[in-house]
Design a protein around this ligand. Structure first.
Ligand SMILES: [Zn+2]
Length: 719
């Protein structure tokens, strides 16, 4: 549904927020430092215990076996605990070097093992890997807590922080110091022991509640059976949806009928294509009522508890609201800034949605039918208009986008913008034969990074697309350590012919490549500030800006070529693609904004919530003036981003980044599509700097001014 988790930037080890900021700190379970004969043998056999003797130190995938992970993780934790003990035992006064840098550099082995392990657990997993992940989770999380709650360690960090003005540190040092200090402070290190206990209690309650919330949503979504028994009721549905429903019926022991669950891939096409209006209404009602049916999966009480606990925690830590607490770490900086943006976009979005509603109603009237467009009609009539007006054939489009041609196109774009070239490393170790590994070189021939590209779908891979790293960029004694970056997608595997991508997949490829450039071109000293280690409302700028080139006619003519004839994509087809860009955007933007504002409604509360969830939601939507035919993209009781994922007070991030990438791309439109001066600025101020400077400062340095919303409105046809 619109911008989804599909184009996901993956944070690989996100067990607790604090863990991220501390960069994999902490504790040990089996504290035995003695080495038995067994361990001696292990040390010579386990590839993690020696430097990888491979091109650029790429992990030696061919000799890493599942049995190596657990002992390497335990050894990694043991070493990091020793490193932390060394910091806290140091009799010298706390200094930036002996405390902050030492903490930053601790845990190298653990980082190495976990990055390989979690990356493969997503890209190429199996049951053993999943079992290891489950088994090790408590130990790893305890390890991280032990560092986060280490009072002696925090005392040293705090001493350095308090002297920061007199220490002669440069901006990057200060940024690291600030990040480490805040990591502890936001985790409650400044609280009294009594309050620390309260906080620990709140955190543990919250983690249980969010797991329950997610379980309930999954049950309400996947276990629900919407059964169709008459074939005539399937009229209008695409054949692949019908087969999935028949398949699901078989699984549920209802062979001969068709079963639909309430997942987006089943419900949304059903609403889009089903001719039977009554069935559309029925499935829509079940869909939007998930988690609020008064059964054992009801989420209303859980939400109330969570909102109250989050507000309490924020107050305990000295913030006005949960949103204030969360947004302190964002580019937006405060709830006021977020609300300012969302409100600014609301009016054009709802106006445009009202025009779309008009078109839909006209179509109903023209058919001689006598009803008002309801939420269960919106997608159906929109699809009818799409067909009538744009008549675009996905199969025809695909023929111009074979995956390898798109990849060559992206390489060409990187060369035109940044002078980068890509050369395949044929002897690189691989975890799967589909992986391609490249060395990425600067115009002057210097190697700037290593890039692994893993494009095709397979059963051992998680869904979606993401960018990640096996080694982040940093500097050791002033020398740049080159990053090892990876992008993983789920494009169709080439069978008889090449893998042909639909345009959505083409954009996904450009998107992930933008994240990859952020990782590859990073040029900072500390890895916890490198590349994509930036606030979530800023991290999508490098990725989303890349998508703009994908649909520029001038560039399309350079890379979109027919897979058989090599003919350049015809102008008529380009025009159709462009027209589709603004179609239905009033609806998409409105339902998104409604959800983002709902998120803020719960989390800007400065006092314990006293009303029930339904009342809060209803009032918020009424105040906005949301029209009856549209509901928020997620209603509270199945809004997993904010009640189970890490997006509470953060759902706005997608459109915040959207403002940045649209405004940023204008800098190229105002000059030239491959303008060198503009590209250099983007590289210097955005791609190279990671989290070493405040994101707004970086943006202004690139663009010469703060971002404005007009280009986003124009791109979506809202202005
Ligand atoms: Zn992304």
């Amino acid at each position: 549904m619109g911008q989804s988790l599909k184009k996901n930037f993956k944070i690989i080890y996100s067990m607790t927020p604090l863990l991220n900021t501390l960069l994999l700190s902490s504790a040990l379970l089996l504290g035995t430092a003695c080495s038995s004969d067994n361990q001696q043998e292990e040390i010579t056999m386990n590839p993690f215990f020696s430097t990888f003797d491979t091109p650029y130190g790429i992990p030696n995938f061919e000799s890493i076996k599942e049995e190596h992970y657990v002992s390497a993780m335990r050894e990694g934790m043991r070493i990091q605990k020793e490193e932390i003990d060394e910091i806290t035992r140091n009799s010298a006064a706390p200094s930036f070097e002996n405390t902050i840098v030492a903490l930053e550099n601790s845990g190298e082995l653990l980082n190495q093992v976990l990055s390989v392990f979690y990356n493969l657990n997503s890209a190429h997993t199996n049951e053993t890997m999943q079992q290891i992940a489950q088994e090790m989770a408590p130990d790893l999380s305890a390890h991280s807590d032990d560092i986060a709650l280490n009072a002696v360690l925090f005392d040293r960090v705090k001493k350095v922080y308090e002297q920061s003005a007199t220490l002669n540190l440069d901006t990057e040092d200060l940024r690291l110091l600030d990040k480490k200090y805040k990591g502890f402070a936001r985790g409650g290190a400044l609280l009294s022991d009594k309050d620390k206990d309260v906080l620990r209690e709140i955190n543990s309650e919250l983690s249980v509640l969010s797991l329950q919330f997610q379980e309930n949503v999954m049950k309400e979504t996947n276990e629900f059976e919407f059964v169709v028994t008459k074939e005539a009721d399937l009229a209008g549905l695409p054949t692949d949806l019908i087969s999935s429903a028949a398949e699901l019926a078989k699984e549920k022991g209802k062979t001969g009928s068709w079963v639909f669950n309430l997942s987006n891939p089943m419900v949304l096409p059903f609403l889009q294509y089903a001719e039977n209006r009554m069935l559309r209404e029925q499935i829509w009602q079940e869909y939007q009522n998930r988690g609020s049916k008064g059964n054992k999966n009801d989420n209303n009480q859980l939400i109330t508890k969570m909102v109250i606990l989050r507000q309490k925690k924020a107050a305990l830590l000295g913030y006005d609201s949960h949103a204030h607490f969360v947004l302190e770490e964002s580019m937006a900086g405060s709830p006021d800034e977020v609300m300012h943006l969302l409100n600014q976009l609301w009016t054009p979005a709802i106006n445009s949605a009202n025009q779309e509603l008009n078109d839909l109603q006209n179509m109903v009237n023209a058919e001689g039918k006598n009803f008002q467009i309801a939420p269960w009609d919106w997608r159906y009539y929109t699809e009818r208009i799409r067909k009538e007006k744009y008549n675009i054939d996905e199969q025809e489009v695909k023929q111009y986008f074979p995956a390898m041609a798109v990849q060559q196109g992206i390489f060409l774009l990187c060369e035109k913008l940044y002078g980068l070239t890509f050369k395949e490393i044929t002897d690189a170790p691989k975890y799967h034969e589909d992986v391609q590994t490249y060395e990425v070189r600067e115009a002057n021939g210097e190697v700037t990074g290593v890039l692994m590209i893993d494009l095709y779908v397979r059963p051992s891979k998680s869904g979606g697309a993401w960018m990640t790293s096996y080694r982040e960029q940093k500097k050791v004694k002033g020398k740049r350590v080159i990053p090892i970056i990876s992008i993983v997608c789920n494009f169709p595997k080439p069978l008889d012919g090449p893998s042909l991508l639909n345009f959505d997949e083409v954009e996904t490829f450009f998107h992930e490549f933008g994240h990859a450039l952020h990782g590859l071109l990073s040029d900072v000293r500390y890895q916890s500030l490198a590349g994509t280690n930036v606030p979530t409302d800023f991290v999508e700028l490098p990725s989303q800006i890349m998508e703009h080139w994908a649909s520029e006619p001038e560039f399309l003519r350079m890379y979109a070529k027919h897979y058989k004839t090599g003919a350049v994509i015809p102008d008529a087809l380009i025009q159709k693609l462009l027209n589709l860009g603004t179609f239905d955007q009033g609806f998409a933007t409105t339902e998104y904004l409604a959800a983002a504002l709902l998120d803020m409604e719960f989390h800007m509360l400065t006092e314990p919530m006293r009303e029930d969830v339904h009342t809060v939601e209803l009032r918020a939507m009424k105040r906005l003036g949301l029209i009856d035919a549209i509901i928020p993209r997620y209603k509270s009781t199945y809004f997993s981003h904010i009640f189970a994922g890490g997006y509470s007070s953060g759902y706005y991030s997608y459109i915040w980044s959207g403002v940045l990438d649209n405004d940023g791309f204008q800098a190229f439109k105002e000059t030239a599509l491959f303008d060198q001066a503009t590209a250099n600025k983007f590289r210097t101020f955005v791609l190279e700097k990671g989290g070493t400077i405040d994101p707004m400062e970086l943006y202004v340095a690139f663009r010469g001014r703060k971002p404005v919303v007009e280009p986003l409105l124009k791109k979506r046809g809202l202005k």
